[in-house]
Structure formats: structure tokens, C-alpha cells
Design a protein around this ligand. Structure first.
Ligand code: ZN
Ligand code: ZN
Length: 396
């Protein structure tokens, strides 16, 4: 039994709680984790190596999940705290071979791993003044400001510029240099009144806590958190060409601010530029030579948003519009002639590649190039779309 037993806050990260609990009982975090992990199977050489705090909550590969659960069970009994209350704040990691599909689950919200901060986590010093603990939703990379205090989150120490990372430093209220974040916060905080950003943070905050949404969300394209996560993943993996999120964050914000015009403009620009620079005529060129992995990226978005899939909806609408124009203009070098691979046809129609082969043998789809290779384009985009509107994908 621990002598000092603070309760975990509803929206507190587990690591933050462990830091507070250790401090309240006069332990360093390492000592605390060491004492509580002794005897578990994950670490035979425990004396030599204590796992760093940042590995405790994320179900890291070197932890056996059973040990992790026992660790938290022991903490709950030592703090006389309802187990459910503590477990409610755990983050579950769901790794996938396909990195794009790895995710974390927190309070039932599935967060794509690429949007989860697991090293450096910025803070709101004014929230820390209100109550000194780390809010779990600060771990979400789209949270760049505090919507309650309308200020940017603080990313680095105002004195020594070290990147703030309570996980690495095992400190909540100050920097390793000794600077206290809550001393005179107003002297270094940037005000932020960007409505889209504040709404975005509010949506994430309310999805991950029991709190209702404070602001009007009309400035966002959708109030479904998975739509927004999906848009972010799509933006950074496809449009942003894997640039790190923090570098292009404000470009992304602009992207959703001007949605859907922003997206249509990007696709049009891609199409026009791509056609101009094609080496061969479009009816001998691959769709992916202009649009890259667009169809794959759309299909792989980590969300469950069939009815609210704005990206899919706008992409299809863009191509439908473009194909109509192509028909009118009878332009030979057109988007509608671009060739899709069997895989891409399957993605577009929402069927298996076997089904595509069957549709081809029945004569419903026509392969312009006879090839068995799945990665060689042979189906003109226009014809696939014709089939798609004919059937409205219902018969598949
Ligand atoms: Zn705040
Ligand atoms: Zn510092």
C-alpha cells in the first residue's frame, strides 16, 4: 500500500499518473517502475534494466501484455483505486504489418498511429496551472493549441529550447534545466484564435472525454472524428508526400478550411500538369503515373466512415466531372484514357481482383493490354467509371 494515493484524473495519461504517484511517495519514476515490475516475466534481468516510462503504457513489444495488466492491477490495489477507473485510461496499441493501419485505442477512440505523439508531447501551461497533470489528448498530433485557454501548446522550454517531453524527462511541471512552466506562463504564450484549429481541438477533446463540445464545429468539414483523422492521414501520406506532420500542419489546416475546393484544386492541378508531361499518349499511360497511389490511399484510410467518407465522395465526384468534360471535348490526351491496374479497378469498384477477372471474361470490362501482371495498367479509367455508374456498385 502506498502512503500517498492521489487519484487518476479522467483525462490524464497513465504515464502522467505514474510520475505523480512516484513523486508523491518520494520515489523517482525509475525506482517506482522497478519496484512494481519486479517478478514479472518480461524482464528476467530486471536489476540491469528498468524499462523507461514511455514504454509502460504503449504496450510495447518488450512488455508481455499480461505483465502490463498485472502492473496496473498492482497500482490500483496499492492506491485503493477502482481498477476500472485506472484501466479506463490505458492506451491500447493495435500494431499492423501495414504501418499505415497501426493504431492506438483510447477510451474507444481509434487513433491512427501516425497521428499519435509517443515521444514529445507539448503542454498547455495554463491547464497545468489549473491542475498539474498531462492530458491524454495532448498526445494527438492534431492538437496544436488549447481550446479552453485559446493559446498554442508549448513545444519547447522558453529558457533552454529543449523539446518538451514529459515521457523522456519524467517531469510534468518543469524542464530538466529547472525552468518551471507554470511560473509566469502569460509571458511566453502565443494566443490562438484560429476557429478551424480551435474546433478541431474541441472535437478531439470531446471525443476523448465525457465533455460535450464547447464550440461551434461548423468551421470543420465534418463533426465525425474519424472523417477528420482520415483526412489528416490522407493529407500527410498522399498529398503531403510523407512530410512530417508538424512541418505541414498549417497547410493541412488550410486544406480543411477550404474543403472541398482545396482538394478539387489539387486534383485538377495534378491532372493538368500530369497530362502535359506524359511521355506517352494517355491511352498508353498508367493512371498512377499521374495520380500515384491515390486509389490505394483512399481505400486504406484508417476509418470506419462509409457513409461519411468525404475524400472518397469528392474524389469520385472529381473524376466523374472530369470524364464528362473529356467526353465533350473528345480530347485524345485525357484523364479518361489513363489505364488502371486490376488492383486499382478492384479498389474503385469495391470488389476483389478475382471479380475483376470475371467481369473481364464476361466482357463487362475490357482490358486494353493483355497482361497477367497485376501491376500493369490495362483498364481505361473512363470505362471503369461507366460500369460503376451503370451499376452504382450495387450488384457487386
Ligand atoms: Zn489550456
Ligand atoms: Zn529548459
Amino acid at each position: 500500500m502506498l502512503l500517498s494515493r492521489p487519484y487518476i484524473q479522467d483525462d490524464e495519461s497513465i504515464e502522467s499518473y505514474i510520475i505523480r504517484l512516484s513523486g508523491a511517495n518520494g520515489y523517482t519514476v525509475r525506482q517506482f517502475v522497478n519496484i512494481y515490475f519486479t517478478g514479472f516475466q518480461s524482464y528476467k534481468d530486471f536489476d540491469k534494466y528498468t524499462p523507461p516510462l514511455k514504454l509502460v503504457n504503449l504496450n510495447h513489444g518488450c512488455f508481455k501484455n499480461k505483465d502490463r495488466i498485472s502492473f496496473f492491477e498492482l497500482i490500483s490495489s496499492s492506491t485503493r483505486q477502482d481498477k476500472a477507473r485506472l484501466f479506463n485510461n490505458l492506451v491500447e496499441s493495435v500494431p499492423s504489418e501495414n504501418l499505415e493501419l497501426s493504431k492506438y485505442i483510447y477510451k474507444g477512440v481509434e487513433v491512427p498511429a501516425c497521428l499519435f505523439r509517443s515521444e514529445s508531447v507539448p503542454i498547455c501551461p495554463l491547464c497545468l496551472v489549473d491542475s498539474p497533470y498531462i492530458r491524454q489528448y495532448w498526445h494527438i498530433a492534431l492538437v496544436q493549441c488549447c481550446s479552453k485557454h485559446k493559446i498554442d501548446l508549448l513545444k519547447s522550454c522558453p529558457r533552454c529550447q529543449t523539446t518538451i517531453s514529459y515521457l523522456n524527462h519524467e517531469l510534468i511541471l518543469c524542464c530538466p534545466c529547472g525552468y518551471s512552466f507554470i511560473q509566469e506562463p502569460s509571458s511566453y504564450l502565443n494566443k490562438n484564435h484560429d476557429e478551424v484549429l480551435l474546433s478541431l481541438v474541441d472535437l478531439i477533446y470531446s471525443s476523448m472525454t465525457e465533455n460535450s463540445i464547447r464550440a461551434e464545429l461548423s468551421s470543420l468539414p465534418s463533426d465525425n472524428i474519424y472523417t477528420i483523422f482520415g483526412m489528416a492521414v490522407f493529407y500527410f501520406q498522399y498529398l503531403g508526400k510523407l512530410t512530417h506532420l508538424s512541418k505541414k500542419f498549417y497547410a493541412f489546416l488550410d486544406f480543411i478550411r477550404r474543403w472541398p475546393r482545396s482538394y478539387i484544386a489539387l486534383l485538377s492541378e495534378n491532372a493538368d500538369k500530369g497530362l502535359r508531361y506524359l511521355i506517352k499518349p494517355s491511352n498508353e499511360s498508367e493512371f498512377k503515373s499521374i495520380f500515384g497511389s491515390l486509389l490505394n490511399n483512399i481505400k486504406r484510410l484508417p476509418n470506419n466512415l462509409d457513409k461519411d467518407d468525404l475524400i472518397k465522395k469528392e474524389t469520385y465526384a472529381f473524376f466523374r466531372q472530369r470524364l464528362l468534360l473529356d467526353k465533350k471535348n473528345e480530347n485524345k490526351n485525357s484523364v479518361s484514357n489513363l489505364l488502371l491496374t486490376k488492383d486499382e479497378v478492384a479498389l474503385l469498384l469495391g470488389v476483389s481482383t478475382d471479380r475483376v477477372a470475371k467481369l473481364t471474361s464476361k466482357g463487362k470490362l475490357c482490358a486494353k493490354r493483355k497482361t497477367l501482371k497485376a501491376y500493369v495498367g490495362s483498364y481505361p479509367l473512363g470505362e471503369v467509371f461507366d460500369l460503376l455508374s451503370e451499376t452504382d456498385s450495387a450488384i457487386f
